[in-house]
Design a protein around this ligand. Structure first.
Ligand code: HEM
Length: 501
């Protein structure tokens, strides 16, 4: 009897403590909302403390259906909502006004989170993506002069690796994503680090394999990060110790070679990014961080966009015919393009813009508020009033579904139609954001565009036709989420070269 009553007493104490804490934190929250003069967005919570969202989210990622998952939630909840998952809060939005606020007008109120830094540590080190404030400004000043230009020598490097890439693309049944990825990697390492990985000519891809493994883990950890920082506890060096060690050793080798080169060209502007950093007296750690930033920022979005373009071209022979006609008119079959030539290639640009619209290569992005704040939309009964976002909420904004919203006046929004750009323009600039706007705009936009234009122009000159093989799986609406939104399946084609006499 005594034992029973003491158990009852203990149970009452536990329940009243939980309820007390719950009432207290709800009151504190209400006070914070009142100070902001804005209410919360639609909140989705559930009987299982959000476990059902965690399960459905990971299931969607594994089935490559994360776009559907995001759209289902956002389209039914005024395009901004909050998910409560195991005690953590995730604000999900694809409202252009909110994205504008996060990226530009309220830029100083948000930051890249410490968790993001921790999660990407083994891939990015202290690279620019994970930095805030003065550190970010300093890193940006070092990278910008190199990444925002195209030199004559970049054409030569690109052409050399492209020839190898085209030889591989011409072999039926080779995955075009893989070939394009190796091509872009070989170019960016040579252009920015002074030494190519030459992955196109090697069967072994230890660096790429290690990087891909860590990216996969990091993407999962980032999403788990919404769940009470769970992502932090699953460290890369525990899950994939060989890959983390390999990346570190590999970056060391890059740095060793760069220090040994002691490059000193007649024209300082010809120095590569890494050689320039060494000349500036930057530390070894800084050099390794810059190599990381280059390998990741300079490779994945360009690869992803070109691979999607290749897939779409293979499905749309009429588009490839128009591209070829344009290249033939301005350059003919053999002339290598120059920067001036690209200005004339209006249709090639339309193909790139449309690919970036339907297949945004970054897809998603995240920031955290550094203090309680409001965003312009998502509050009130119809979601059109400002919405309160409390400190520590993860703001997860979806660029891919923003560009595929069917209520923003884009006809046949999911269809890949480069010709639409003949007459169509986005309603406002925040509805189409492949390279970001605001202070954290992509600093490699010029180089990325150059690589995509060069590849597509030369593709038109070198290939007669590109068709998908019957065993190439459909990829519409699917993405493989590995930091970027890559093609879900290999792109298997029969790509026939132009017959040369
Ligand atoms: C199709 C090609 C590309 C696309 C669509 C793209 C897109 C983007 C986007 C959306 C961001 C903003 C990320 C954020 O807000 O967190 C970004 C940042 C960045 N991009 Fe690109 N990018 C491309 C190619 C490149 C290339 C080729 C380079 C380098 C050579 C590069 C270097 C960078 C860097 C360093 C940043 C960080 C800027 C900062 O945080 O201040 N990008 N890019």
């Amino acid at each position: 009897m005594g034992l029973l009553s003491s158990w009852r007493g203990l149970a009452c104490l536990v329940i009243s403590t939980i309820l007390g804490r719950w009432f207290y934190s709800s009151r504190v929250k209400q006070e914070r909302y009142a100070k902001l003069q804005a209410g919360p967005p639609t909140v989705l919570s559930s009987w299982s403390f959000g476990l059902n969202f965690v399960v459905s989210m990971f299931r969607a990622i594994l089935k490559h259906k994360f776009v559907d998952w995001t759209q289902d939630l956002l389209n039914n909840n005024h395009h901004t909502l909050e998910l409560h998952m195991l005690g953590a809060n995730l604000l999900l939005t694809d409202d252009p006004e909110n994205i504008k606020a996060v990226q530009d007008s309220q830029f100083t109120e948000v930051a890249k989170s410490k968790e993001q830094h921790e999660i990407f540590k083994h891939i990015l080190g202290d690279a620019i993506f994970a930095l805030n404030g003065e550190d970010w400004k300093k890193e940006s000043a070092v990278l910008r002069p190199h990444m925002s230009r195209v030199r004559q020598s970049d054409f030569e490097v690109t052409e050399r690796h492209m020839k190898t890439a085209f030889d591989i693309l011409a072999i039926p049944g080779r995955d075009a994503f893989d070939t394009i990825d190796r091509f872009v990697l070989d170019v960016v390492t040579e252009v920015f680090c002074g030494e190519s990985t030459n992955s196109l000519t090697s069967n072994q891809q230890p660096f790429r394999d290690a990087m891909d493994k860590l990216l996969k883990i990091a993407s999962f950890r980032q999403l788990l990060g919404c769940v009470r920082k769970a992502g932090l506890y699953l460290r890369d060096d525990w899950i994939a110790p060989a890959a983390t060690k390999f990346i570190d050793r590999y970056l060391d080798t890059f740095a060793d070679h760069a220090y040994a080169r002691k490059a000193n060209p007649d024209h300082p502007k010809d120095l590569t990014l890494i050689d320039d950093m060494i000349k500036m007296g930057k530390s070894r750690a800084d050099v390794k961080n810059a190599v990381c930033a280059t390998l990741l920022a300079g490779k994945d979005p360009t690869t992803t966009t070109l691979a999607w373009a290749y897939y779409e071209i293979a499905k749309h022979p009429e588009v490839f015919a128009k591209m070829k006609a344009e290249v033939n008119e301005h350059l003919g079959a053999d002339q290598i393009p120059t920067l001036q030539d690209f200005h004339k290639m209006k249709y090639i640009r339309m193909v790139i813009k449309e690919t970036l619209r339907v297949h945004h290569p970054l897809g998603y992005n995240a920031r955290v508020p550094i203090k309680d704040m409001t965003l312009p939309r998502g509050g009130g009964p119809d979601g059109s009033s400002p919405v309160a976002v409390l400190k520590e909420t993860q703001i997860f904004y979806s660029l891919l579904t923003l560009q595929l919203r069917d209520d923003l006046g884009v006809e046949d929004v999911n269809a890949w139609k480069p010709d639409r750009w003949e007459t169509w323009r986005p309603g406002n600039k925040w509805e189409y954001i492949p390279f970001n706007y605001g202070p954290r705009i992509c600093i490699g936009q010029v180089f990325g565009n150059f690589q995509m234009e060069y590849f597509l122009v030369r593709l038109c000159q070198e290939f007669e036709s590109i068709t998908l093989l019957p065993d190439s799986k459909p990829q519409e609406g699917l993405v493989r989420l590995e930091l970027n939104t890559k093609t879900a399946h290999p792109i298997l084609t029969k790509s026939v070269r132009v017959a040369r006499k």
